[in-house]
Design a protein. Structure first.
Length: 113
């Protein structure tokens, strides 16, 4: 599949997944405080839809908890996307914010002479 079509699928998937999380997962808000979808990547053969997520609290359990909703999200995506092959959803924890925070703190603590 060409790159433009993959980008459109990723954009549409991001919107659908975000809406689903906003509508259906408010009951776990206290456990994770804020859930952020940082990136969505569809494999070139459309086998997998990797959803990269992060949160401010309880990061260790985030992907496991979201995986329990994967079937419902999968069903919503299958209805909305007209594809011959539907990608399987996988949640991945994104640590990029943590790295950015550490870099920021290091820069703040540099001693300028």
């Amino acid at each position: 599949m060409n790159k433009d079509r993959l980008k459109k699928l990723e954009s549409t998937s991001l919107q659908l997944v975000s809406n689903f999380l906003f509508e259906h997962i408010q009951n776990i808000e206290d456990e994770f405080w804020l859930i952020n979808i940082t990136w969505i990547k569809i494999s070139s053969d459309i086998s997998y839809l990797d959803i990269y997520v992060s949160s401010f609290k309880n990061n260790e359990n985030l992907t496991k908890t979201l995986a329990t909703y994967a079937h419902d999200i999968q069903r919503k995506l299958n209805k909305s996307l007209s594809l011959r092959k539907n990608p399987r959803i996988r949640f991945r924890y994104d640590e990029s914010w943590k790295i950015a925070w550490e870099i920021s703190e290091t820069i703040k603590n540099l001693d300028y002479k």
